[in-house]
Design a protein around this ligand. Sequence first.
Ligand code: ADP
Ligand code: MG
Length: 740
Amino acid sequence: MLELATSVQYVRGVGPRLGEILAAKGIHSVDDLLHYLPFRYEDRLNPKGVAELRAGEMATVIAEVRTSGLFRTRSMPLFQLTAGQGRARLKCLWFNAAYLRDRFKPGQLLALYGKVEEDSRSGELQLVQPQFEILDDASEKAQAGAAEKKIAASLEIGRIVPIYEATGKLTSRWFRRIIHTALENLTPDFPEPIPTAVRQRLSLIPPREALQKVHWPEAGESLKDLQTARTPAHVRLIFEELFFVELGLELKRREQKAQTGIAFRLDDHVRNAIKRILPFHPTPAQKRALKEIASDMGSSCPMRRLLQGDVGSGKTIVAFEAAIIAIENGFQVALMAPTEILAQQHYFSARRILENAGYRITLLTGSLERGRKREVRRHISQGNAQLVIGTHALIEQTVEFDKLGLVIVDEQHRFGVLQRFKLMKKSDAHAGTAALSPFSSGQAPGGPGERSSPVIGEPDVLVMTATPIPRTLALTLYGDLDVSVIDEMPPGRTPIVTRRVSDDQAIEVWRFVRKQIAAGHQAYVVYPVIEENEENELKAAIQMHRELREKIFPDLHVGLLHGRMAADEKENVMRDFQAGAVHVLVSTTVIEVGVDVANATVMVIEHAERFGLAQLHQLRGRIGRGAAKSYCVLMTGGKISEDGERRLDAMVRTNDGFQIAELDLELRGPGEFFGTRQAGMPSFRVANLIRDRQLLEAGKREAAAVLAAPNADIPREEVSRALRYMRTRWQKTYGLVEVG
Ligand code: ADP
Ligand code: MG
């Protein structure tokens, strides 16, 4: 019998070698395997007859191979296959598909799935680029016994068939067989971690049954519910996942509320200090955000607040206002940025805005020379530095503060949700035991005599993000945070005009750039450097810089900025650009986040098709920051994928961060969107935060109900069973031991 915790390699047909391939996909245990859900289902119970097909629909057809062959057309090799059902025939086409040449033999049984289209010349119906499975593969037949063949066949036809995402050589059919085997041998003895009352309220089916039916739906199941993940089996599994995430978040939130924070004083003195530094009138949205932050800071519960606002909405000044509250109360502030360039940028703004008012600001970067770094750290640990700016890594790992009152985390798009959990864990870890965390106060190496009072309370935490997730979703997802939203742009902005052009129109683009510069503005030219190809692409960016400098704009100042440059070089270039001494800045995506030069009105993005949507939107957010009209030019070269087209389209169509985010979410899936994959952590196994918004809200509601128990509804042992299960889940998924 297989237990859920059994390693997946012990499922018959897997073994250690394939087990490794699965592990790379995050599938380690039988439990993981069973939560690898089909991404769609095919109705092979009632497959369509060729005669029933209609143009424009998606259809599954089961038919035999009659003839097949590769044709050379003028533009590309075309693979054509004729499938037959009795006397009816259906033509199938694949473009650029030389790889299919020796794939099919006449007489093989095929399942085909794809869009039915009408041939423009003959008017005949055909399937274009269908997905296919060969249902009786001769090579497998030779090996398999008769019984196995029969089982295999019964998994492929005559039922609703689950389709899995293939990975490398592990095909959808392979998953189908392996998952079937795993379910056959699965222990009947199954824990039910969700309290009875909750299950009843949501009409949840038992977990064992849900796993069975999600993979092998019964014949009567609605195909539409299957495709939209709304069958009882789906609902059970999705709710379970979300419920336990929310339970953990809710518990954290309660614990945080119970801790003692710092109640900052908010009197006229502090208010005047804030007023003094403001370079402009804050927007109503900024005022509202500050009010919410100030009220948290004034209370004795530690603040855990998310400040959300699209690129350019003006989060920085709000963060600085919060910093002043802490500093004027005699505390230090840490501002952590995701990249060194952004840390530098914050440092420049902080100096511009805060230094005249007499605040002491320190930048801590990895590139500081050793002795200097030590000095800066001492400066911080003795409490001389009031605002410390650096990258996450630097501040988290190496800095001791004298009296830390506020941590501001600038997350932009770089910092995943789960990573943030970790950070929070770090900063809560020392409640009561001040010695462990880099955030602990009173730990100056200067000597025990200098210790300020041992209990100064938990520092407040403010997280800034430009990821515009819808508010209800943010509230539920960032269940352990309160949320403030800046939902309007500072006044006097003109919307950015976005155009796409093909790169054979480059001459005209450069002419346009030149005109803008003649009018006194500045321009960015961004070049993609995507990690896997870094070396070559970096060369291309450098070469591009040379060409622009020598051939296209010989009379202008053209600067270069990329991630491999030394920090002081970067700093110089940024400063020159900020000062207007550089007209055109050729850059890789290092400028993506936070850089703020209002006089730059043009952004040319080369190979725009290769950037992600959020990234394009972030990049574009670098312009349109002043009153002058700004232009974003998306240059493309070569072939563009369908998703690429949709990204470029969206960019031209809208400047609205929310719309862009929704589409981005749809294109990339929530795992990538929220950065959980970048952070090397598993994303949700079965839930999709957009699709399953309602279940997420139900999960939050029920989690709160469970924590309010025990009561007549939910008895004590069900509460503790749920909490125990939650802890093992969190431990496994997020590597967090501490929850609860
Ligand atoms: P982000 O939210 O992307 O961090 P910033 O804080 O960098 O945005 O602000 C973008 C630009 O708008 C900056 O140049 C900033 O000085 C300016 N700005 C912010 N708030 C206002 C305001 N209320 N009035 C005028 N300009 C503002
Ligand atoms: Mg910013």
